[in-house]
Design a protein around this ligand. Structure first.
Ligand SMILES: [Zn+2]
Ligand SMILES: [Zn+2]
Length: 411
């Protein structure tokens, strides 16, 4: 219990940072029932797209809001390996809070030393999550050698245990260069107090003096608390590159907006994408203006990425998301994500026609849920992303008065 509480408290502090690290459930209000299945997983060589086979083994496909979940809401326990398709294993690790878990993919691999397993994404560098890894290494992965660690993007639930895993197994980290640099930078930047410019950004968004002062007291550099030291070298995952992992070839497809260059892995031949946080089935990925780029338009990048993925991916591609259940229906999901943002942008533009607004004035309009202290920073980042996008596309104008940003209809 002690460990669990410590784990939870530390992560709550992280969430308070408001550093746009976790994902918002705040733009979607619907939920899906989570159930634990006691059914036996299919054999190693079962393809997930073979619905007939899976039907015979009792894992029923489910349809929900235009998406198909080929094995319904079956998911592995923490630290348990579920053989999902030929050469693709699936496990889950715990993540505190709304997110609940992260999906980890374990790919059959081969290198100069022979057969082994490549890990994709790593979970937080925290007690419960590392315990699940140990369970896996002494259990379902016992006797298997780890060949490399692949990470989709720099967020702590994805890169957190990468350094620990690389060191433990003596293997390299494979990651997009920008994402690796972000993780290196954020783990190195630990100070007693936030720099003034970070506090000024919150004032700009409309935070009152008390809230800014509370942020100042919380220190700076909480990212490093959930992330093991990042290896000093990496192997680059560049847009368009093809990497061979075991018998499968994966093309790197990068997206922006959630993080700068989030890497997805696409097996075109077999119609599978390891999507990370770029396409989630149930929750909307967090798209926030980040401290590192206060004037940027991440929502513009996100919408561009949605269009790019929509054009590149086959409609029936099997999506392996970082959170939630494997699904097909990528086009429907991408269309729904884009429509959700456009709907909020239109509503926001209309409201700005009535009166100028700061980021904090837009919460009720943008989010279906009440914004309390625990998600105030996250909501600020997302609200700012919507306002900046309107500004960047000429649909809003920005006036700064006494350090506070007011957005209004262009005059
Ligand atoms: Zn993420
Ligand atoms: Zn994630």
């Amino acid at each position: 219990m002690q460990v669990r509480r410590l784990f939870f408290n530390r992560t709550i502090k992280l969430l308070h940072l408001g550093a746009a690290i976790f994902y918002a459930v705040i733009m979607t209000s619907d939920t899906m029932t989570l159930g634990t299945s006691t059914q036996t997983p299919p054999a190693h060589d079962a393809s997930l797209t073979d619905l007939e086979y899976l039907d015979q083994h009792g894992l029923d496909a489910k349809e929900f809001k235009g998406l198909t979940y080929p094995i319904g809401d079956h998911a592995p326990e923490y630290g348990e390996l579920f053989p999902l398709a030929a050469g693709i294993g699936w496990t889950r690790l715990p993540v505190p809070g709304l997110l609940n878990h992260i999906n980890i993919w374990l790919l059959d691999d081969e290198d100069e030393k022979g057969e082994g397993v490549a890990i994709v994404d790593t979970g937080l560098n925290m007690g419960e999550s590392l315990k699940a890894w140990e369970k896996l290494f002494t259990g379902d992965l016992d006797g298997r050698r780890i060949t490399r660690v692949i990470v989709t993007h720099f967020h702590p639930d994805h890169v957190g245990a990468a350094g620990w895993l690389c060191e433990k197994h003596g293997v390299r980290l494979w990651m997009n260069r920008t994402e690796w640099l972000m993780a290196r930078m954020l783990t190195a930047d630990v100070r007693d107090e936030p720099p003034q410019e970070a506090l000024d950004q919150m004032r700009f968004a409309g935070w009152d003096a008390e809230r800014v002062e509370n942020l100042r007291k919380r220190g700076w550099g909480n990212f490093a608390k959930a992330v093991a030291p990042i290896p000093v070298s990496h192997v680059r995952l560049d847009e368009g590159a093809v990497i061979q992992v075991g018998k499968r070839n994966w093309r790197i497809l990068t997206g922006g907006g959630h993080t700068p260059e989030h890497a997805c892995l696409v097996d075109e031949e077999n119609g599978v994408i390891i999507a990370g946080d770029q396409i989630l089935p149930r929750i909307t990925s967090n798209v926030s203006v980040m401290t590192s780029e206060p004037t940027a338009d991440p929502l513009g990048e996100w919408l561009d990425s949605i269009a790019k993925f929509r054009a590149v991916l086959a409609e029936d591609v099997l999506v392996l998301p970082a959170h939630g259940y494997p699904f097909t229906g990528a086009h429907n999901r991408l269309d729904a994500l884009a429509a959700g943002h456009h709907d909020r942008l239109d509503a926001l533009e209309k409201a700005l026609g009535e009166k100028p607004m700061r980021a904090v004035d837009t919460f009720a309009l943008l989010f279906a849920r009440k914004i309390d202290d625990s998600v105030y920073g996250l909501a600020t980042g997302e609200a700012m992303a919507h306002l900046r996008h309107l500004e960047h596309t000429g649909r809003a104008q920005l006036d700064v008065k006494d350090g506070v940003g007011w957005f209004s209809k262009p005059s």
